[in-house]
Design a protein around this ligand. Structure first.
Ligand code: 3HC
Length: 700
C-alpha cells in the first residue's frame, strides 16, 4: 500500500502489518493505509478474517506526537478506529511491546485482542495534557468497567500484560511472534474458539459514586491539571450511546489540546529525548564495569546506590571505619527502600551484599576501576589533591569524574596527566532517585569520555544534560541567581510562607524557602562564605539566611530553619520573623505588600534572565537543555515545559519590559540579557533556537 503499512493474504486471512519505525506511531500515512487496507480486505472474497499487527518492537505507541499542533490530516484517528470497528469481517489485533494511547485505541476498535507475553498497555495521553481522543474513554470502560478504566486512563499508568487481562482489555495472553499468532488466532476465530465482538456494542454499568471518588483522588493528586479531570468526565459519558460518548470525548479532547499545559507537556516529552543530541553523540563510549566512589556522605552513598541498582559493582572510599559503617548503613537503607518499592529484586539485593559493594579506607583500592566519581567536600584544594593521587594510581584508561556542584572542572583536570579523561558528573540529591545528571565537559574532555558520561546516565536510567564549565554549571548557576530574587522579595516585604505558597500554586513541588530548609541552610552558608571575597560591591546584601544559620538552625535536620518543624510539618517561625524585621530596619526598608502574581513574575523573570545568559554563554547547548535540567533536577512544573518554554509563552518583549521596569529599583540585579533584547526586536522565540541549525551542526 505504502511504505508504512502492508497487506498480505495468507490462506483466508488478511494480515495487515504496520511498519513505521521506531514505534509505529499512527501517522497520517499509517491512518490512510489502515482505512484503505481494511476496505481492500473487506472487498476481497477470499478473506474471511482480518488480523492487524505491528512490525518491530511494538504494536503501535499511539498518535504521532510530532503532528500535534499542526492542521489535522484526514482520516483522523477516531475515524480510523470507527472504520475498523465497523468492518463486516471479524478483526483481531495481536498486540506486543508498548501498545499505548492511540495504539491501544486501534486495538480496542478491533473485535478481539491477543496479547503477546510481556506486552504493556496504557493511555499515556494524560502525561501529554490531553485525554485519549480516538474512542479510548468510551471503549475501555465497556471492557474494564467505568471505575477501573477511569483510574488507569486518568493516571496514565501502564498495565502489565497480566493486569490488562484482569482489566478485560485482552482476550488472551500467549507466547509467540505477532505474525504467527495472528495466523493461529485467525484460525481460532474461524473455529469459534476466539469469540469476537465490537467493543462499541457492549454497554457499561454507570457508577457515579465510584467515579466521584476517582475524581476526588485525581484532584488531590494534581489539583492544577485539567487533563486528568477531563479523563474522568469523558469516561463518565461512556453510558451514553457510542456516537454521543465519542462526541463528548472529542469536545473534552479539543478543550485539553488547546491548553498551555498540553504544549508544555509535549515540550517536556521531546526535551528529555532532545538533550541526547550532543556533538559527541557519534563518539564511542568506553566500557565501564567497575565504579569507585570517594566519599560516603549523602551524595556518595546516593551515587553508589544508583550504580548498584544498575548492576555496577562499586568500591566506596571513606576516611575511617566509623565513616564506612555510616556509609554502609545509608546504602543499605537506600537498597532496602528500593526492594520495598519493587525497584530491586531480592536476589539482586542479596548479590549486592555478597560482593558487589566493597569499602576501603585506601585510594589504592581503586587501582583497577574504570571510573572514579569523587564526591567529597566542595573544596578545590582537597579535590585537586585527590585527583593528583588518583591520576598516579588508577589504570591509564580510567576516567576521573568529580561530582562537584560548582567548582571548575578545568582546574581539577589540570592537576592530572589525563585531562582528556576528566569530566564532571553532577548528580542531584538523592542521587539514586533524582533523574538528572549534568555531564560537565571541560576544555580538554575527549568526545569518547563525554559519550561515556551519557552512556552511563542511560544505564543508571538518568537523563543526562551536557553542561559547560562555569560556577554552578547550568542548574546551580541559574539557581544562584533567582534565589537572590526570592531573598530580595523577602527583605522588601513578602513573607517566606507567601513566597513558597505562590510558587507552589504556580506548580513547583516546594517553594524556595521550604527547599532550602530541606537541603540544609548550612550548604548555602558555606557557599556564601566561599564567594564573599568575589561578591560584587553593588550587590544587595540579605543577611537573613546568615542570621538564621548563626543560631544553629539549618532547616529540617535541626527542626528549625525558615520554618519551625518542632510543632507542625511546616509552621512559620516567629523568631525568624524577628530576624527579618531587624534586617529590614538595619537597611532602612519599609516592607511593601506583594501579590502572589508579583512574586511569581519576579521569581520567574529572574530565572529566565539567567537561563538566557546560560544559553548565550554556551554553557547549555540549547534552551531545551536548560528546560530539561529544571524539569528533572529542580522540581519545575512539567506542564510548564521548563523555564525557557515558559518564557516563550510570555514573549521576549514582555520579559524585557519587566526587567527594565524593575531595573529602575535595582539596576545591578536586573539587566536585560542581549539575547532576550535581540529576540524582543526580531520577534523570535527560544523554540527557534532549539530547532535552528546550531554551530556544531546539530538539529533538535
Ligand atoms: N509519536 C512520535 N514520535 C514518537 C512517539 C509518538 N507517539 N513515541 C516515541 N516517539 C519517538 C521518540 O521521540 C524517539 O524519537 P528520537 O529517536 O528522534 O528521539 C523515538 O520515537 C524512540 O522513542 P524513545 O526514545 O522514547 O524509545 P523508548 O524505547 O525508550 O520508549 C515508548 C518507547 C515507550 C513508546 C516511548 O517512546 C513513549 O512513551 N512514547 C509516547 C507514547 C505516547 O505518549 N502515546 C500516546 C500518544 S497521544 C495519542 O495517542 C492521542 C490519541 O489518543 C488520539
Amino acid at each position: 500500500m505504502n511504505d508504512v503499512i502492508t497487506l498480505e493474504v495468507i490462506g483466508q486471512t488478511a494480515l495487515i502489518t504496520v511498519d513505521n519505525p521506531p514505534v509505529n506511531a499512527a501517522s497520517a500515512a499509517v491512518r490512510a493505509g489502515l482505512v484503505a487496507l481494511f476496505d481492500q480486505a473487506n472487498d476481497d472474497d477470499a478473506v474471511d478474517v482480518i488480523a492487524l499487527i505491528g512490525a518491530g518492537r511494538t504494536f503501535t505507541a499511539g498518535a504521532d506526537i510530532r503532528e500535534f499542533g499542526k492542521p489535522p490530516v484526514e482520516p483522523t484517528l477516531p475515524a480510523v478506529c470507527n472504520h475498523i470497528e465497523s468492518s463486516a469481517k471479524p478483526v483481531i489485533a495481536v498486540v506486543h511491546g508498548t501498545t499505548l494511547g492511540g495504539g491501544l485505541e486501534i486495538a480496542l476498535g478491533c473485535h478481539a485482542r491477543v496479547g503477546v507475553s510481556g506486552v504493556q498497555l496504557g493511555f499515556p495521553e494524560v502525561n501529554l495534557g490531553i485525554i485519549p481522543g480516538a474512542g479510548g474513554t468510551q471503549r475501555a470502560p465497556r471492557l474494564s468497567g467505568v471505575v477501573g478504566a477511569a483510574e488507569y486512563i486518568s493516571s496514565g499508568n501502564r498495565l502489565s500484560a497480566e493486569q490488562a487481562m484482569d482489566a478485560n482489555l485482552l482476550n488472551v495472553l500467549v507466547e509467540g511472534t505477532p505474525r504467527e499468532l495472528a495466523l493461529e488466532y485467525a484460525e481460532k476465530v474461524r473455529s469459534g474458539d476466539l469469540p469476537t465482538q465490537r467493543t462499541g456494542e457492549r454497554v457499561t454499568t454507570p457508577d457515579a459514586e465510584g467515579l466521584e471518588s476517582v475524581r476526588a483522588a485525581v484532584t488531590a493528586r494534581s489539583p492544577r491539571l485539567l487533563a486528568p479531570k477531563r479523563c474522568v468526565d469523558a469516561v463518565s459519558a461512556s453510558d451514553l450511546p457510542l456516537t454521543d460518548g465519542l462526541a463528548r470525548e472529542r469536545a473534552l479532547f479539543d478543550e485539553c489540546a488547546a491548553t498551555d499545559q498540553h504544549r508544555g507537556l509535549v515540550h517536556a516529552f521531546f526535551a528529555e529525548r532532545a538533550v541526547q543530541k550532543i556533538p559527541e553523540a557519534n563518539a564511542t563510549p568506553l566500557p565501564i564495569e567497575q565504579i569507585g566512589v570517594i566519599g560516603g556522605g549523602t551524595m556518595g552513598t546516593g551515587i553508589a546506590t544508583a550504580a548498584l541498582l544498575a548492576g555496577l559493582p562499586v568500591t566506596l572510599i571513606e576516611m575511617n571505619s566509623e565513616a564506612i559503617e555510616r556509609a554502609r548503613a545509608a546504602i543499605t537503607a537506600n537498597l532496602d527502600g528500593a526492594l520495598k518499592r519493587g525497584k530491586l529484586s531480592q536476589p539482586r539485593h542479596d548479590s549486592i551484599f555478597a560482593g558487589a559493594l566493597q569499602f576501603s579506607t585506601e585510594l589504592d583500592a581503586l587501582a583497577q576501576t574504570d571510573l572514579v566519581i569523587e564526591a567529597v567536600f566542595e573544596d578545590m584544594t582537597i579535590k585537586q589533591d585527590i585527583f593528583q593521587k588518583l591520576d598516579a594510581l588508577c589504570k591509564p584508561s580510567a576516567l576521573l569524574a568529580s561530582n562537584t556542584s560548582y567548582l571548575d572542572i578545568n582546574q581539577i583536570a589540570a592537576c592530572t596527566q589525563r585531562p582528556s579523561q576528566v569530566l564532571g558528573l553532577h548528580f542531584f540529591s538523592p542521587a539514586h532517585i533524582m533523574r538528572l545528571l549534568e555531564v560537565v565537559v571541560g576544555d580538554n574532555t575527549s568526545a569518547d569520555v563525554v559519550a561515556t558520561g551519557f552512556a552511563l546516565a542511560k544505564r543508571l536510567r538518568k537523563v543526562a544534560v551536557r553542561a559547560g564549565v562555569c560556577d554552578g554549571f547550568i542548574g546551580n548557576r541559574i539557581l544562584g541567581h533567582y534565589r537572590k530574587a526570592a531573598d530580595y522579595l523577602l527583605l522588601d516585604g513578602a513573607h517566606y510562607s507567601q513566597i513558597d505558597a505562590a510558587l507552589e500554586s504556580f506548580g513547583f513541588a516546594m517553594g524556595p524557602f521550604a527547599v532550602m530548609d530541606l537541603a540544609g541552610l548550612d550548604i548555602g552558608w558555606a557557599t556564601r562564605k566561599r564567594q564573599a571575597a568575589t561578591k560584587p560591591q553593588a550587590e544587595r546584601d540579605v543577611g537573613v539566611a546568615d542570621r538564621i544559620c548563626e543560631n544553629g538552625w539549618f532547616g529540617r535536620k535541626t527542626q528549625r530553619g525558615y520554618y519551625d518543624y518542632r510543632v507542625d510539618q511546616r509552621a512559620p517561625h516567629p523568631e525568624v520573623d524577628e530576624i527579618i524585621d531587624a534586617e529590614r530596619k538595619a537597611v532602612g526598608i519599609t516592607p511593601r505588600a506583594y501579590t502572589d502574581s508579583d512574586i511569581v513574575d519576579r521569581y520567574m523573570t529572574a530565572m529566565i534572565s539567567e537561563a538566557t545568559r546560560v544559553v548565550e554563554d554556551g554553557i547549555a547547548l540549547r534552551p531545551v537543555d536548560v528546560d530539561t535540567v529544571f524539569l528533572f533536577g529542580y522540581g519545575f512544573p512539567r506542564d510548564r515545559g521548563g523555564p525557557l518554554h515558559y518564557a516563550d509563552t510570555l514573549g521576549a518583549k514582555e520579559l524585557v519590559a519587566r526587567i527594565e521596569r524593575w531595573a529602575q529599583d535595582d539596576p545591578h540585579y536586573w539587566q536585560v540579557p542581549q539575547l532576550l533584547r535581540k529576540m524582543a526586536q526580531d520577534g523570535s522565540q527560544f523554540a527557534d533556537l532549539n530547532t535552528a541549525q546550531l554551530p556544531h551542526g546539530l538539529r533538535v
